[in-house]
Design a protein around this ligand. Sequence first.
Ligand code: NAD
Length: 479
Amino acid sequence: MTSTHAFWLAGRQATGETSFDVTNSWDGRLVGKVSVPTEAQVEEAVAAAHAVRDEFAATPAHVRAAALDHVSKRLAERTEEIAQLISAENGKPIKWARGEVGRAVSVFRFAAEEARRFNGGEAQRLDTDAGGTGRLALTRRIPRGTVLGIAPFNFPLNLSAHKVAPAIAVGAPIILKPAPATPLSALVLGELLAETDLPAGSWSVLPVPNDRMPALVQDERLPVISFTGSGPVGYAIMDSVPRKHCTLELGGNGAAVVLGDWSSEQDLDWAATRIATFSNYQGGQSCISVQRVIADSTVYGRLLPKIVAAVEAQVTGDPSDSATDVGPLVSEDAAKRVESWVDEAVEAGAKLLTGGERDGATYAPTVLAEVPAGTTLACEEVFGPVLTVTEVTGEAEAFAAVNDSPYGLQAGVFTHDVQTAFRAHRALEVGGVIIGDVPSYRADQMPYGGAKQSGVGREGVAYAMDDYTYERVLVLTGL
Ligand code: NAD
């Protein structure tokens, strides 16, 4: 019999009255049962966080940094076990799950370093104006209050880490709400937090059902909402609490541009391999996976067969097998949605070059060319292992094609030319431009977030720390 996983309420384990199942989308097996907090338990967690907020903000930085270092170290020690859990709950190939744990190790380490570095403010002379003679301003960054961190299913550990670690680094209490499909790795993160000396009320991990989230979102004791997930849910949250400080990390339909100067055999082989890998990693269920390839007409004809060959070389199969590149999607419904979008594009005239088949929750790595504008696939985030390739002429047309999207998370530009790189940086309406690689590159310390409908605000440890705090000025007179 599968035992029920407790959740974390104000730093201790607790169980509610009901539970839900977490299943593996590859073979349908039960991975775990997770206890659901009652309304009274959620209230207890929020009240505890609110009560401890001043004490937590006053905790010495070295204490918070030591806790963050501890979590980083323990994640590293338990990498294999946690990777197996992520792979089981999410269907993510084990090699990518190991990578995810490695990134969470770094996020907690970066947060420990930033907690030590975070000077909390600066001194500013005010006597540059006559009215300020004899005055000095000192600023400190003060936590805004308890953070409600809402995480998606696709990086269940690392995107939880991106909510939790910066909050601890600045001394802001955090209530983490994992995705219903993938709560287990977030609950393990709770085990590691429980090994630290952080004040008990300063953190909770609560798998609250979606239909009870609006009440939590509205709670005035939670002034900061850090949300990662889909646009409709994110914007509905922000619209419902216009006076709260919201960070929204939303979707994208990432483009990789291959320009005419990226033309040697070696160049094109590298681009094709990177594109194939990062349109399919995690079944394409990454907000920065490659969905659109935009290739200059001078390289298109040579690049396309290389992309198709590299996509066909992706190994689809059991996510627990280290050889597997592409596992199932998070659910059969998700795979059916992807299938319907591809079918719609093909009916509208798109050329299917490989893939296009579904087996349960698994969708085959797929490449299409000549996808008509206006189809769902051409406009929306597919969030599946599907790639469209479009031929353009010249840099200006390529950049316009990238911008012809409601989204703007990241873009990759394959070019050797530094001037082109700067022009891309200026022209592309995205949160990040990656030169010489796909849009899927993310370093966890860099500012990360979207333009247009890909989000509001930035993550990346130091940037989230700024977001979770505000500047309070102290003016000294008579100096
Ligand atoms: P989702 O929007 O369905 O769910 C995200 C989270 O919101 C989950 O924890 C869910 O339980 C919760 N939620 C659902 N309804 C809610 C409500 N009414 N109030 C409050 N919370 C609610 O997204 P998902 O399917 O888990 O994740 C996939 C999406 O996330 C994709 O669009 C992807 O691009 C995006 N994403 C963005 C980033 C980024 O950093 N920009 C990173 C990863 C994923």
